[in-house]
Design a protein around this ligand. Structure first.
Ligand SMILES: C[S@@+](CC[C@H](N)C(=O)[O-])C[C@H]1O[C@@H](n2cnc3c(N)ncnc32)[C@H](O)[C@@H]1O
Length: 299
């Protein structure tokens, strides 16, 4: 690397190396598996050079993807992205990268899971390296394992890159610790994509109502009234603090603090829409204390 000025040349070389290490730059020169792919290569897979990386993109802030996730994204020939994935990262990709939007809009049109699986497999079998960019962690209510299984059953090499799950990262972004010494020794992460009482629900609401641990509820805002009723019925106190954090880690993030008794009306008053995380438990008081002290420190 020569620019005329030796110090400038060295700075340019270092910047390029940093970019390659972080995944902000790609030096890809062939359509094979990227170096350090590290995936599971099933028997019979050697005849094609493509592969799939199922990448957890974190809760939304593009800075919260892992270095490994970003490196593999930079190597992709094809990217299949979800609605809650950090989409601004796609702007950094080269022009020749094919981007497929598999966005799952609640109750709206989205690519069916079997079509997503089929697209991953067919692109990889055509020799391409496919990055499947998902929100949060692929294995936390993310269907990541279904996609891994589909690849392996088709003989396609696949790897998974863990991500910062919204279940923990979004509360942290609002200063809510999911555990705190002397307050919560356990936290339960629950999907409320079906309400309590629904025949498809496998959640033990009686146990959760009787526990004093933190509850982290995903996909819950539209069913928050039914959830609060269930928890109150099984023993949680009406004044249990509740924090509802919408658009966590994004510039539009907002937090609504309430109690179990009032959360349904507060969510309705504030017009909270998904995506949001609901945290139930005394750890919410710790967030209030941190926020208060933070105000003094930054004043
Ligand atoms: C299908 S789940 C996917 C979870 C994801 N795999 C993860 O680990 O974060 C989607 C739910 O995650 C939560 N969620 C994801 N991103 C969020 C964000 N940025 N802010 C608040 N909640 C979020 C919401 O409860 C949303 O309905």
């Amino acid at each position: 690397m020569l620019s005329g000025d030796p110090r400038h040349s060295a700075a340019l070389r270092d910047a390029i190396l940093d970019g390659l290490r972080s995944g902000q730059l790609s030096a890809r020169h062939s359509r094979g598996l990227p170096g350090g792919f590290g995936g599971v290569v099933p028997p019979g897979a050697a005849q094609h050079r493509g592969g799939v990386a199922i990448i957890g993109g974190g809760p939304g802030d593009p800075g919260l993807i892992t270095v490994r996730g970003r490196q593999l994204l930079a190597e992709a020939d094809v990217v299949l992205t979800d609605r809650l994935a950090p989409r601004s990262l796609l702007d950094e990709l080269r022009d020749d990268v094919e981007i497929i939007d598999a966005g799952k809009i609640p109750y709206g049109r989205a690519m069916a899971q079997e079509h997503i699986n089929a697209a991953l497999v067919s692109h990889a079998q055509a020799g391409r390296f496919v990055a499947r960019l998902k929100g949060g962690d692929p294995f936390v209510f993310g269907r990541g394992a279904e996609e891994v299984l589909a690849c392996l059953r088709a003989g396609v090499p696949v790897t998974v890159v863990p991500g910062v799950t919204s279940a923990v990262g979004v509360p942290a972004s609002a200063w809510v610790p999911v555990t705190h010494r002397g307050i919560a020794q356990e936290f339960h992460v629950v999907s409320v994509h079906v309400p309590p009482g629904d025949e498809r629900s496998t959640v033990n609401w009686k146990l959760l109502g009787g526990s004093s641990g933190t509850l982290v509820l995903l996909m819950a805002v539209e069913r928050i009234g039914a959830v609060a009723d269930e928890l109150l019925q099984y023993g949680r106190s009406p004044d249990t603090p509740v924090s509802v954090i919408a658009d966590g880690t994004l510039p539009t993030q907002r937090t609504i603090n309430s109690t179990l008794e009032q959360v349904e009306s507060r969510v309705a008053e504030e017009g909270v829409r998904p995506p949001a995380i609901v945290v139930v438990g005394d750890v919410v008081r710790v967030a209030a204390e941190i926020t208060e002290l933070m105000r003094d420190v930054t004043a």
